[in-house]
Design a protein around this ligand. Structure first.
Ligand SMILES: C[S@@+](CC[C@H](N)C(=O)[O-])C[C@H]1O[C@@H](n2cnc3c(N)ncnc32)[C@H](O)[C@@H]1O
Length: 284
């Protein structure tokens, strides 16, 4: 039986992903994967699954690790990214997620896909990783760090479990400074971050993650803004979210359609955020 965590922030994250709208939406629209797609110029916004595979291939090229390298997926969801890296790029991936129902599904899908030897999953909080020092050649986050209640503590853990010189790649959002956007855009950001349990996004203004990475002993290799490449999916979500968000508003049940609300707000106030790839190397 599912067991919600004690920690208040983790409990809020749990409630967000455990809700019917999240489970059904991610399952039927994205096949259970929970990250944006990478679109080449001119690609249709409805190429949802193709673009997600392209994002995963982009992750593999940023990691740039040899086949057989040991990699940690912090916040792995149901393991679709880990399986893509194992099946298409030969990596040996361990995933942790705080949601035990995600981990059960990740293990089931890996067994079904014949990937149980190269993908491994266990329940875990990336602020307190259940691994020895210097365990991994690489570590990545795919759209999870915004949920962190303590980014510095999480990065210290990443540095601890990564080998000296190990590769860290983070696909994450950042925020535009308050004074550069409207009061409505700031209010929308606060609402999305509160209802979808993403406290770190409020603090991670553009450039801040790289500063915290440097302060945590990582050497930044590159920091690339790929907002334009994922915006087609944000625009598709804006369309998909219109009807459920409208129903939520007219029935007074808006609190039940957090993903639809987020989709509408993120695209409407797209000047309030960016999406980037941060690549760094652990201290030697
Ligand atoms: C947007 S989903 C991304 C899932 C996966 N990376 C993907 O791309 O499909 C964010 C995931 O991070 C997990 N998560 C959030 N905070 C976490 C933490 N402190 N430790 C481990 N997992 C966490 C959530 O449970 C959720 O499954």
């Amino acid at each position: 039986m599912s067991q919600a965590p004690e920690d208040a922030n983790l409990k809020k994250i749990w409630r967000y992903y455990d809700r019917g709208e999240s489970r059904i939406g991610y399952r039927f629209i994205l096949g259970g994967t929970k990250h944006f797609g990478y679109y080449e110029p001119g690609q249709s916004r409805w190429a949802l699954r193709t673009s997600m595979r392209q994002m995963e291939d982009r992750l593999a090229s940023e990691l740039a690790l040899p086949r057989g390298a040991k990699v940690l997926d912090a916040g792995c969801g149901i393991g679709n990214v880990a399986r893509a890296l194992a099946a298409r790029h030969g990596l040996d991936v361990t995933g942790v997620d705080i949601l035990d129902f995600n981990i059960a599904e990740a293990n089931r899908l890996s067994a079904k896909a014949g990937l149980a030897r190269t993908t491994h999953f266990q329940v875990g909080d990336y602020h307190h990783l259940p691994f020895d020092d210097d365990s991994f050649d690489g570590l990545y986050t795919m759209e999870t760090f915004v949920h962190s209640a303590n980014p510095k503590a999480a990065l210290a853990e990443f540095g601890r479990v990564l080998k000296p010189g190990g590769k860290l790649v983070m696909f994450e959002y950042s925020r535009t400074p308050d004074e550069q956007v409207s009061a409505e855009a700031n209010a929308a950001m606060r609402r999305v971050c509160d209802e979808a349990a993403m406290p770190a996004w409020l603090e991670l203004y553009h450039g801040v993650l790289d500063e915290v990475l440097a302060d945590s002993g990582f050497a930044i290799e590159s920091s690339v803004d790929i907002t334009a490449n994922m915006m087609p999916m944000a625009s598709a979500f804006y369309v998909i979210g219109k009807f459920p968000f409208w129903v939520g508003r007219v029935t007074g049940l808006e609190y039940k359609v957090v993903n639809a609300m987020s989709a509408r707000m993120m695209f409407r106030y797209k000047e309030a955020w960016r999406y980037g790839i941060h690549t760094a190397v652990n201290k030697v």
